[in-house]
Design a protein around this ligand. Structure first.
Ligand code: PAF
Length: 282
């Protein structure tokens, strides 16, 4: 498997792929790959001639230095996992200096309010960091398609906005959430939970399913109470937010009779690990 560390290598290989008329698919990741990432990679392999996976723990999207330090870095294991899908996958694993040669700092973007709610409200500057690195990667790879998981649905909407604002030619492909047997949405952070908590965390998805099932029968406040009550039965789990929003604008709605497509989003902290999940409601 070819692993590259320099942007100059990418520029050269991308120009080869363009001259050979090969389509490029890219899966941007921060490594610590799990089945969720691998499902994105498999989809990219099925839909493109050449597939790249970027592995870069992007410092500017972490709002807490300790979260950045604790983020798992497992490049050799990641490479093995990718090899088990296809040896033809190319990996881009740059250093921080390569991606931020001058200063490790994020650009400021205007995301029309998509970035001020939920994750944006709880993680100051997070989406400027995501926007900075994703813009850099999409500009570098000039891919036909880029793949992102719906677990980070707010991020997905922001990347779509970024793509429109900067007239990027890459199609943004959304991929369904992969779940552990308990129902917990797969995330690189899950390894920081012990087996018991990981099992227990299944209640989050079970509650979202209940809310989805009864969506039209209960009010928004009743749904909020349902999530609050579920969390109160699991004392290790602290609810940060539960919101029902219009999935286009990500702004909260007050009634469940909206003509818009609505989605519930939740963030819960357990043992310093933040778990997020979401579900479409109508
Ligand atoms: O979703 C992630 O893993 C990251 O936010 C991304 C998109 C790779 C940017 O660093």
């Amino acid at each position: 498997m070819h692993v590259y560390h320099l942007k100059s290598d990418i520029v050269e290989i991308v120009s080869q792929s363009i001259s050979k008329n090969k389509t490029i698919g890219i899966v941007p990741t921060m490594g610590a790959l799990h089945q969720g990432h691998l499902s994105l990679v498999k989809k990219a392999c099925a839909e493109n001639d050449w597939v790249w996976v970027s592995v870069f723990v992007n410092p500017t999207q972490f709002d807490s230095p300790s979260d950045l330090l604790k983020y798992p870095q497992t490049l050799q294991e990641d490479i093995k996992k990718l090899q088990s899908i296809s040896d033809a996958i190319r990996v881009f694993a740059p250093s921080v200096k390569e991606m931020y040669p001058k200063k490790v700092t994020a650009q400021s973007f205007q995301f029309d309010g998509l970035d001020t709610v939920m994750e944006g409200a709880f993680r100051k500057g997070h989406f400027n960091g995501v926007g900075t690195i994703v813009l850099e990667l999409l500009s570098l790879f000039k891919a036909k398609r880029a793949y992102f998981g719906e677990k980070d649905f707010q991020q997905l909407q922001i990347i779509r906005k970024l793509s429109t604002q900067f007239l990027l030619s890459t199609d943004i492909i959304a991929c369904a959430i992969e779940r552990e047997p308990s129902g917990l949405a797969m995330s690189s952070r899950n390894v920081r939970l012990n087996y018991t908590l990981r099992q227990e965390a299944g209640f989050i998805f079970q509650t979202l399913l209940q809310i989805q099932k009864n969506f039209h029968d209960n009010s928004i406040d009743q749904h909020k109470k349902m999530m609050l009550d579920a969390c109160s039965k699991h004392p290790d789990f602290d609810l940060e937010y539960f919101e029902i929003v219009d999935e286009e604008t990500l702004q909260p709605v007050e009634t469940n009779s909206s003509q818009k497509t609505l989605r519930a989003f939740v963030a819960i902290k357990v043992n310093e690990v933040r778990l997020i999940d979401n579900i479409r409601l109508n």
